[in-house]
Write a protein that binds this ligand. Structure first.
Ligand code: ADP
Ligand code: MG
Length: 464
């Protein structure tokens, strides 16, 4: 066998690091490094200053070593040797950490490039900031906690879990934490959807590169994972999540998650993960009330520099109460129309344009069948469970909720709904609806469950 190609390992490590870290962060730390020689089970690399050396050691050494090990199949580690370009006086950091390191005289005090103003984060929306997040009674607690976290990641509330129905601003709030941290600190922020996390995991297994996967997420100072309900039922990825979770919590890195329902309603979800959520802070987002909806619309109109009369704001706020996404999208419909037609926005135009949207929930393709299918799936049951006569607690609750939602979303009478639920009497349907109404008064989480279910039903119905 030929000698191990140390320089090749180093080159490959750099390629992988560039991939993992992104160009900006990578060039801030690694572009000035030079391969020097093979040491004794080590690779000696030149680095411009003691400052660089200490930073790279604390942030990247473990990751580099594990990449080297993976590439070579041996315990090869990295040694950093200072080879300053210009002779400047050593930085205080260099003096205090380097023992008899005479070459530290060459250390520069120049801050690395990452300290300069960072550009946009590569995979978050740059308009999802706190500035653009309208805070009201419905989201005040969550928003203030998020702001506190962004000022002190890893210290304030960890892990942080935001839950609430679709379109209520979970992703916006989560990315606001990420954007603010990314902009105001050197911290590394990683944002991923749960789906993407799973895809990367599967890919890593296929390519035999699990170490890369692990390292990538464990680099993070702030890890944001969106929509964790996606992990329901998927045991292996939950296991991986658990390990990532622990590794980051142990090193006091900030974790933020979102979920479209209370964690207690996640089915087939690791108890160990759920109990760790309990160690941090769990907050929920409620649908905005009328005043909050007006405030959001005004802010959105301003951001688009659109002149919207108050009566139009009022019209939209009164008619769309489901969530913020629908609210803003209704506004955009009106703005787009008037922009294209070159007309100012008036109440008449808004009424005309939005007629269909306002009436949308009672659309014909919202069949009871679809409602039953989606509700059953949500609770991990079958449609026949809901149509049948079984009286176990979870089935009864799911059945009652599906009937309630059926009545809310369609024009079907209680008699018709009873028919669709396996020929039940209309009094049974009425009784179910009353039960849910009662629960809504005492269970603060039920409303968001219902909203999220309705949303899924609409999405499902739009597809089939
Ligand atoms: P979720 O992740 O909960 O489904 P998003 O974060 O995607 O919801 O929000 C949906 C839309 O509503 C986005 O365009 C977002 O910017 C907007 N939005 C949500 N809440 C607010 C808020 N409080 N202020 C301003 N815009 C908001
Ligand atoms: Mg989202």
């Amino acid at each position: 066998m030929a000698d191990l190609d140390y320089e090749g390992f180093w080159k490959e490590t750099l390629i992988q690091l560039r991939n993992d870290l992104g160009e900006e962060e990578f060039s801030g730390w690694f572009s000035d490094m030079k391969y020097l020689r093979a040491g004794n089970n080590s690779i000696v690399v030149g680095i411009p200053s003691a400052f660089h050396r200490d930073k790279v050691k604390s942030r990247y050494q473990n990751v580099i070593n594990s990449k080297l090990k993976e590439l070579s199949g041996q315990e090869i580690t990295i040694e950093l040797e200072i080879v300053g370009k210009s002779a400047k006086k050593p930085s205080p950091a260099a003096q205090s950490t380097a023992k008899s390191d005479d070459s530290s005289a060459a250390a520069t005090e120049k801050a690395p490039k990452v300290k300069e103003k960072r550009g946009k984060h590569p995979n978050m929306r740059d308009d999802y900031t706190f500035d653009r997040y309208v805070i009201g009674e419905n989201n005040g607690f969550a928003a203030n906690a998020a702001i506190a976290i962004s000022k002190n990641p890893g210290k304030a509330y960890n892990p942080f879990l935001i839950y609430g129905g679709v379109g209520l601003g979970k992703t916006h709030l989560m990315q606001a934490i990420g954007n603010s941290t990314h902009e105001n600190s050197e911290n590394k922020v990683i944002y991923t959807t749960s789906e993407n996390f799973l895809n990367e995991y599967v890919q890593a297994i296929q390519d035999g590169k699990m170490n890369l996967f692990k390292n990538k997420f464990r680099y993070a100072d702030v890890l944001l994972i969106d929509d964790i309900q996606f992990f329901q039922d998927k045991e292996r990825i939950q296991e991986e999540l658990f390990h990532t979770f622990n590794a980051l919590l142990d090193s006091k890195k900030q974790l933020v998650f979102t979920c479209d329902r209370p964690v207690t309603e996640l089915k087939k979800f690791s108890e160990r993960i759920i109990s760790r959520f309990g160690l941090g802070l769990i907050v929920d987002l409620q649908p905005p009330k009328y005043e909050e909806r007006c405030a959001i619309l005004k802010a959105a109109a301003e951001a688009r520099k659109a002149d919207i009369p108050n009566e139009v704001i009022d019209l939209v706020s009164k008619n769309i109460s489901s969530n913020v996404r629908d609210l803003i999208s209704a506004l955009n419909t009106v703005i787009a129309y008037t922009e294209l037609m070159g007309k100012p926005i008036t109440l008449e135009i808004a009424q005309q344009r939005l007629k269909n949207i306002f009436n949308a929930p009672r659309q014909a393709n919202l069949s009871m069948d679809n409602i039953i299918r989606v509700a059953a799936e949500y609770f991990g049951l079958t449609p026949n469970d809901l149509k049948g006569k079984k009286r176990s607690q979870n089935i009864v609750f799911a059945r009652q909720l599906a009937m309630y939602i059926g009545r809310e979303m369609t024009d079907y009478s209680t008699t018709e709904i009873g028919q669709d639920f396996g020929g039940k009497d209309h009094t049974t349907v009425m009784h179910s609806i009353e039960k849910i109404k009662g629960k809504l008064l005492t269970d603060p989480t039920l409303e968001s469950t219902i909203e999220s279910l309705k949303r899924s039903i609409k999405e499902f119905s739009a597809k089939y």
